[in-house]
Design a protein around this ligand. Structure first.
Ligand code: PGA
Length: 251
């Protein structure tokens, strides 16, 4: 049984006060017991305050990135240990990190290791660009992102590793991949690669999320697919009603 996860990636949005206001609404509206795990990933600057606010809440807190290094002279970076003071999860290898900050699979692999060493649950993002999709390269791109990103990573507990499949052409564009197509890709490519790394049993326990323009109106179509274990939500996670609407569809 894979427990569905709805994760909100706030990206570079919301000051601390704005973050607190949104989280207060989410806390009021989400019951104490949920059949869905709910995670929010605000900017680093709000983590400490939100951690205090969420102390007795089921709402989970994650970071959007960490350094591959453990400590030292790395100006502007945040280590896994620092994030783990407040967070349980960390998003790694998001397509915006890959496209705008030159993050490559080898570096992302080091970050996955750093996250595990710090006791964080990595959410490894993978996804093909439109050109790659149109050239029939989606399978090979996803396979290589997974194999390199997860090289020499241990998976003793499959509930502590999450994959987010986010086709780059579907992020923030309003365009989504067809739910059946995503499910097929997970079954045909993503789970078998995970199975090759850690065996079929572990692969069947790892949660695989879909991300890319998920909204309350289309969320149900994704969650109806057995292979899709939840969503990584960007834009819609910034608005309480939209995010709650998506969570409701997963319940
Ligand atoms: P979006 O972003 O929901 O705004 O498309 C998803 C993501 O980048 O994780």
């Amino acid at each position: 049984m894979r427990v569905p996860l709805i994760a909100g990636n706030w990206k570079m949005n919301k000051t601390e006060n704005e973050a607190i206001a949104l989280v207060r609404v989410l806390m009021q509206r989400l019951g104490p017991e949920n059949d869905v795990e709910v995670l929010i990933c605000p900017p680093f600057t709000s983590l400490s305050q939100l951690h205090k606010l969420l102390v007795s809440s089921s709402l989970l807190l994650g970071a959007q990135n960490i350094s591959e290094k453990t400590s030292g002279a790395f100006t502007g970076e945040i280590s896994g240990k620092m994030a783990a003071e407040f967070c349980t999860h960390v998003i790694l290898g998001h397509s915006e990190r890959r496209a705008y900050y030159g993050e490559m699979d080898q570096l992302i692999n080091q970050k996955v290791k750093a996250a595990q060493d710090a006791g964080l649950i990595p959410i490894l993002c993978i996804g093909e660009t439109l050109e790659e999709k149109d050239s029939g390269l989606a399978t090979s791109v996803l396979t290589s992102q997974l194999k390199t990103g997860l090289k020499e990573i241990f998976c003793d507990d499959p509930s502590r590793l999450i994959i987010a499949y986010e086709p780059v052409w579907a992020i923030g564009t309003g365009r989504t991949a067809a739910a059946a197509e995503i499910s097929d890709l997970i079954a045909r490519v993503i789970r078998p690669v995970l199975g090759g790394l850690w065996g079929e049993k572990a692969a069947n326990q790892i949660r695989i999320l879909y991300g890319g323009s998920v909204k309350p109106a289309n969320a149900g179509s994704f969650f109806n697919q057995l292979e899709i274990d939840g969503a990584l939500v960007g834009g819609a996670s910034l608005f309480a009603e939209d995010f709650l609407g998506i969570i409701e569809k997963a319940s």
